[in-house]
Write a protein that binds this ligand. Structure first.
Ligand SMILES: NC(=O)c1ccc[n+]([C@@H]2O[C@H](COP(=O)([O-])OP(=O)(O)OC[C@H]3O[C@@H](n4cnc5c(N)ncnc54)[C@H](OP(=O)(O)O)[C@@H]3O)[C@@H](O)[C@H]2O)c1
Length: 281
């Protein structure tokens, strides 16, 4: 396989670190998007040490802020004319409602707006290298999402289930956008798919897990997937020849599966798209 130019978000821990190591091992050019240079460079050093690949690049970007996303893309475009694969993998489950200095709820901003905006801002580079792919790390959690068309960020509602409730919403929004974007991309050679990596032992739930649950979680972690196990289906959808023309699909690990019917609710989907366009700069 020829060398691919790949962007991965959410690389400082869990599934993202393992995606980056695996793809670097295969000799691809890896662009790591990290909240800080320091945390990104730590992973860059680890990857280079483990794989011998020196074509690893770090970009600082706090994905909760559109301003930083624009700065990252501008920077990236100064050094790259094309992009083969964008893996939107970062996500967060904060235990309390945090409003960013741009006025958006943090989880909505990182888990939904960031992949939405990154995919659009990088589309010209993806088209330059078509056939190319966008892979969104979604979750089976999308089935539990419950969107309020009058308040997609639920700014006027209590933060429920220690943030977990909002997580379900953001994964539904991301899965809806995967399907919407794939329609917009028809005929361009750029595909867009969503993958549920499985139930994986990572840092994701650390903030919302109550202290008393932590020993139980440690025990549970012995029975769930390792981060590498979670990374594997995402790598497969990003690289495998058999998915070159597959778009707008949802993978439950390695299996193409129907998404929740909620994803195809036209009225909600149109309103979400309208609302998103109104707040994305
Ligand atoms: N673990 C599971 O069982 C599971 C199941 C289904 C889906 N998923 C999905 O898998 C993906 C990876 O999650 P994970 O389980 O590997 O969790 P994780 O270990 O917590 O990794 C999350 C990554 O996102 C990054 N991130 C969060 N907020 C950010 C921000 N504002 N700016 C830049 N980066 C930010 C984190 O960086 P920092 O180190 O800077 O915080 C970290 O690198 C997520 O999309 C998650 O929803 C996970």
């Amino acid at each position: 396989m020829s060398q691919k130019n790949i962007i991965i978000t959410g690389i400082t821990s869990g599934i993202g670190t393992e995606i980056a190591i695996d793809l670097a091992k295969r000799g691809h050019k890896i662009n790591l998007v990290a909240r800080s240079e320091e945390s990104g460079n730590k992973i860059k050093d680890l990857i280079t040490k483990k794989t011998g690949n020196n074509d690893i690049h770090v970009y600082k970007c706090d994905l909760s802020l559109q301003k930083e996303i624009h700065e990252f893309v501008t920077n990236f475009k100064k050094q790259n004319n094309g992009l083969d694969i964008l893996i939107n993998n970062a996500a967060i489950i904060p235990n309390k409602k945090i409003i960013t200095n741009e006025g958006n709820e943090m989880q909505f901003a990182v888990n939904y707006i960031a992949p939405y905006l990154l995919s659009r801002l990088l589309l010209d580079l993806l088209k330059n290298n078509a056939p190319s792919r966008i892979v969104n790390t979604s979750s089976t959690a999308h089935t539990g999402g419950n969107l309020n068309v009058n308040d997609f960020q639920k700014l006027n509602e209590k933060y429920n289930m220690r943030g977990w409730g909002r997580y379900l919403d953001t994964k539904l929004q991301l899965t809806m956008d995967t399907v919407e974007l794939s329609k917009e991309l028809e005929g361009t050679g750029v595909t867009c798919n969503a993958v549920h990596p499985g139930f994986v032992n990572t840092n994701l739930g650390r903030q919302f897990t109550p202290k008393f649950m932590r020993p139980i979680n440690k025990l549970l972690s012995l029975f769930i997937l390792s981060p590498k196990g979670g990374a594997d289906p995402i790598i497969e959808v990003a690289l495998s020849n058999k998915y070159e023309k597959v778009s707008g699909q949802y993978f439950h690990r390695f299996k193409q599966k129907d998404v929740s019917k909620k994803v195809f609710d036209k009225e909600v989907s149109n309103k979400l798209s309208e609302y998103t366009k109104s707040i994305v700069k």
